[in-house]
Design a protein around this ligand. Structure first.
Ligand code: GUN
Length: 282
């Protein structure tokens, strides 16, 4: 019997329906949630991501501003724009699309975004509050992973979760959020010696290692939940996850596909963060 598929598109749409209701309520109080997206340069993948964020704003009734700046923009010019957006009342969320051109120091830019408007959850204060367990704006993809597991009706508390990948954007925050949900968490990464021994003990496996089809059925305990955060562009132009879906689905429990799993959740969680920021700022 093959495993049930966790449908990220459907879950994302459920959350969007709730966001629409809350946006209408907020508009009734004279507040429209506003998101500013800043794109420096012409990276093709970033252009697609930014366009999708713009579409999500239209779809959910948010005010949106997209600042498309040339690759030659200086760090100083970018910091001036961020300062302006930090002080702009119609903007509740600021997202600077990464990666930035190499002459711009990424950390200086992230640090300049107001903590209250940091809807990526990348500012060190938000990261620190996540570690402590205090209120913070949560990074979008990790928050989307947890939401997807919960809304699929899967219990996290008491389970053994193995996270493959230790990036600042996904692996590290996802492990913290799983601990917050009372899972016992093991971290694996590219240098882990006995990875299969560890993953085969997991009730939940979250894969964010950035290598196409890295995890096959031999890594998975029968019935385990498998969440694939991978987005790898193959030479033939197709999108592949970090999980060999066809092989793993033969042994796993509920599993997310790529595309249509974690991907649709990320922008939806960005919109949720912007809504939260708008409420907190008003
Ligand atoms: N580039 C790729 N993913 C992301 C993301 O989640 N946030 C930002 N700001 N840039 C990205």
């Amino acid at each position: 019997m093959t495993a049930p598929i966790i449908n990220g598109k459907q879950v994302s749409e459920e959350i969007r329906s709730q966001i629409r209701i809350e946006v209408e309520e907020l508009k009734g109080k004279g507040v429209q949630p506003g998101l500013a997206v800043v794109l420096v340069g012409e990276d093709p993948a970033s252009q697609v991501y930014v366009r999708n964020k713009e579409k999500a704003c239209v779809d959910l009734g948010f005010y949106s501003e997209v600042h498309r700046l040339p690759a030659s923009t200086t760090q100083e010019e970018l910091l001036v724009l961020i300062d302006k957006l930090n002080g702009q009342a119609s903007i509740h969320g600021i997202l600077v699309q990464l990666p930035l051109p190499s002459h711009i120091h990424e950390k200086s830019v992230i640090d300049a975004i107001s903590v209250e408007k940091d809807v990526d959850g990348f500012h060190p204060v938000n990261v620190g509050n996540l570690v402590i367990g205090d209120d913070s704006l949560l990074p979008c993809t990790p928050a989307g992973v947890i939401e997807l597991i919960k809304r699929a009706g899967i219990e996290i508390s008491g389970k053994h979760a193995v996270v493959i990948g230790r990036s600042n954007i996904v692996g590290k925050p996802v492990s913290l959020l799983l601990q917050r949900e009372n899972a016992t968490v093991t971290m694996c990464h590219s240098r882990t010696a006995n990875m299969k021994e560890l993953t085969k003990q997991a009730d939940i496996v979250v894969v964010a290692i950035g290598r196409a089809n890295f995890v096959d059925a031999s890594y998975i305990k029968p019935g385990a939940v498998v969440i694939d955060v991978g987005m790898n562009r193959l030479e033939n132009g197709k999108l592949a996850g970090d999980v060999d879906f066809a092989s793993v689905q033969e042994v796993s429990g509920p599993i997310t596909p790529v595309p249509g799993g974690v991907g649709p959740m990320t922008i939806t969680m960005l919109m949720k963060n912007t809504l939260i920021a708008a409420k907190r700022l008003n």
